[in-house]
Every structure is written in C-alpha cells, then in structure tokens.
Design a binder for this molecule. Structure first.
Ligand code: 3HC
Length: 388
C-alpha cells in the first residue's frame, strides 16, 4: 500500500484511460488547457474514432471563433493516443479513468495501473454511479484516489463533481479541485458518496418517471420533452437527453443506483428493454427517437406540444430527490442549483420552480403517487419543511 505523504503541487501530465464519449472529451479539454495528455484505449480503432470526434469538436470551436487555428494545432500536438498502457502511464501526474462502468473491468484496470504508475501519480475515476471508496480500495493508493465526474458533452458542460472516498487525503481533494479549475471547469464538492452523486440523482430517475408519465397521461415523447423545455427550463427534453447520453449509460446507471439504494429510482422496464435491443440512442441511430448521425443531433420539438402535458409529476420527483440530497447533507442548496445549472444546463433553479408552482401542490402530487405506487414517491422531510 502506498502512503500518501506528498502534496502534488503541479499537475502537468495527464493520462486518460478509455476514449469513449467521456474519455475523449476529457482528454480534449485537458489538452486545450495546456496539459500534456496521453489518451489510452485497448484498440487502435477506438482511438482513431476518438481522434475523429476530437477533431470534429475542435473544428466546431474554430468555426464559432471560440478557438484559433493555432490553438487547434497546439491542442492536437499535446494529445498522444496510444494502446500501450505502460507507455501511456509514463510521467503521469494524474490518471483519469473513464472505462466502461463495470466493477470487474475496473478491478483489472486498477491492478495494472497501480503496478505501472509512479507512486506519486494521483488517480481519479469519472464513474457516474459506482462507489468511490470501493473503487479506491481496488488501488494501492486510496489516499490519492478521488471521483471526478464530468458531464456530457465535457467540451461544453462546465460542471465537474468532485467526490471524496472515505480515505481520500485532503491534499488530493485540494489538488484536484484546483486542477478542475485549471481546465476551465467549475468543481462542486459532493460531501457524501451517495448513489448518483448530485446530478444523476436528479437526472436518471427522471428518465424512468417520464416513461411512467407517458403511460399514465397518454402523451407522446415529444409532448413530454417540449414541456420539460418550455415549462421547467431544461435545455433538452428528457428523452432527447437520455438518447444523447446513451441508453447503455442510463441503463447501467439505473441498475447501479437501484442496487445501492432502492428508494432512489422507480425503474421502468423499457429502459432495460431498449438496452437489450441495442437501441442506445444517438450513438446507434435509435433510442426513444431515431437519428441520422452519431454526432450531435437535436430533435425538432414544437413548443405548442408542451400544452398537452403538465410536468407536475416530473417536477415532484426531481424536487423530492433534490430534497433528499439536502436533508442528507450531500450538498448545500446553492451547490445543488449550481450543479444542475452547470451540469444539466437548467435555465431556472429547480427548487425555485417548485416554489413558484407551489410546494403544497407538489407534496399533494407525491402523496397521490405514493398511495398508488409506493414509497419511492413519499415526500422528503426537506420538501415538507419548505411547504410550512
Ligand atoms: N464540441 C464542440 N461543439 C459541440 C459539441 C462538442 N462536443 N457538441 C455539440 N456542439 C455544438 C453543436 O454542434 C451546436 O453547434 P451548431 O450550432 O453549429 O449546430 C452547438 O454546440 C450547440 O448548439 P444548440 O443550439 O444545438 O444547443 P444548446 O444551446 O441547447 O446547447 C447543450 C447544447 C450545451 C448540450 C445544451 O443543450 C445542454 O446543456 N444540454 C443538457 C446536457 C446535459 O444535461 N448533460 C448532462 C447529461 S448527464 C451526464 O452526462 C452524466 C453521466 O454520468 C450520465
């Protein structure tokens, strides 16, 4: 076991493990911020695909005058894609792991990485739902291990949730909070390692609730999505966002969260069914909607469709999970709203919307739903107190 008696003052070299949706984006922003980046994956074809996506994204930024042609070239020159893990970890000050969300795979990865990385190298995982303390214990350096949870697309979303495990040293927290700022992002420190951290605790249950609303209220995907945008201030509809995030990711996150805490989610079977049918959303061309490209593609939602759906149950479930985070000391109300604004692009504060619509109305809805469908919907004490 490596004792962490050092303070890593300066991170210069970053190794990102896994070049999928999140890994390639994280590597890109670190390189854009001036860090030397090794992007490692197990096969060259994954890396080629990742480099294509990075170039597409950098080109978009140049087109929009958010980046000069010169920084485009410099960013690419700081990014080295490679398959050889030992070579990939050479001189790494920080390893950010973004491999698929499978604990047995992570166990293998961390065993190898612990063996090859310098004792001073810090480890961070971009896991969206797995327990940080458990993952830290897969390594030889739990004091130097932390959760760094980025949001899709990492190139555009400002938030990074920073999650400490039981053994994470304060110096690791301080170094990584500073690193997140150095890559131009805003860190929010998650005080407790709970299922879904902050944002996924709100987002993932909403995908399932939206499916129940569709059945109960006899509405369409488009009507629900249009209402989420125009009535609740979401930048994307919830089905649009789930397809964009990937139903493989949403399904895995749902299962992990439900396993860690069965009150966090009311699972709707269609999520798993679509996953089994390999309908992962935008990346496979079909999910809740159909797509023509695996790059960024939006649905044309018509505002008038919002009139057909009252999103009170969606707001009730989101506010109730937000209440749970606050009554359990996971974050403060400002940090919660900040996380939702920067991680999900919410244009209005969630709890302000709840108060505007009426906390009493929301609580009545939760009682109605809990009478019919069980304790997942029981109002959290924080909401009850808000209504007093
Ligand atoms: N790099 C560069 N540019 C990109 C890009 C990328 N990776 N991805 C998209 N763009 C471009 C688009 O092509 C588009 O450019 P265009 O105007 O030339 O077509 C532009 O950015 C976006 O413009 P739009 O008008 O289409 O979109 P918005 O103004 O709505 O902004 C958004 C897009 C920032 C993605 C916004 O819709 C948003 O905030 N959506 C919510 C995303 C979200 O909630 N993410 C979190 C999901 S949960 C998660 O990731 C956690 C995980 O653990 C599950």
């Amino acid at each position: 076991m490596i004792e962490c008696d050092h303070r890593m003052d300066k991170i210069a070299n970053v190794t990102v493990l896994g070049s999928g949706t999140m890994g390639h984006g994280i590597a890109q922003i670190a390189a854009m911020a001036g860090f030397n980046v090794h992007l490692r994956d197990v096969e060259q074809r994954f890396l080629d695909n990742a480099m294509d996506k990075i170039k597409w994204s950098l080109n978009k930024l140049v087109e929009k005058n958010k980046m000069t042609k010169e920084s485009f070239e410099q960013t690419l020159s700081r990014l080295v894609p490679l398959v050889d893990l030992k070579e990939g970890l050479k001189n790494a000050d920080l390893v950010i792991e973004a491999v698929p969300e499978d604990l047995s795979l992570k166990r293998i990865v961390y065993k190898e990485v612990s063996a090859y990385a310098d004792p001073k190298t810090l480890f961070a995982s971009n896991t969206s739902t797995l327990p940080i303390s458990e993952m830290a214990n897969l390594t030889d350096r739990p004091g130097s291990f932390i959760g760094l949870h980025f949001f899709n697309p990492p190139q555009l979303m400002k938030l990074v949730e920073v999650i400490r495990g039981h053994k994470t040293d304060q110096s690791t927290v301080d170094t990584l909070m500073a690193f997140v700022q150095d890559i131009g992002k805003s860190p929010v420190l998650v005080q407790k390692d709970v299922a879904g951290f902050i944002v996924n605790r709100i987002f993932i249950p909403l995908v399932h609730e939206a499916l129940f609303c569709k059945e109960r209220d006899g509405v369409t995907y488009e009507e629900i999505d249009a209402a989420m945008k125009s009535k609740l201030g979401f930048p994307m509809g919830i089905f649009e966002l789930a397809d964009y995030t990937g139903l493989d990711v949403v399904n895995k996150a749902s299962q992990e969260m439900h396993q860690r805490d069965e009150n966090v989610i009311n699972p709707h079977p269609l999520v798993e069914k679509l996953f089994e049918q390999k309908k992962f959303g935008q990346k496979t061309g079909e999910g809740f909607y159909s797509y023509t490209s695996d790059k960024y593609e939006r649905k044309d939602l018509v505002q008038a469709d919002a009139l057909s759906f009252d999103p009170i149950a969606m707001l009730a479930v989101a506010s109730n999970n937000a209440g749970w985070l606050l009554s359990n000391g996971v974050c403060s109300r400002p940090d919660l709203e900040n996380a939702l604004r920067l991680g999900m692009g919410l244009k209005k504060e969630l709890l302000a919307t709840a108060q505007e619509i009426g906390t009493k109305r929301i609580i009545d809805k939760l009682y109605e739903l809990s009478d019919k469908y069980g304790k997942f919907y029981s109002p959290d004490p924080y909401l009850l107190q808000l209504a007093d």
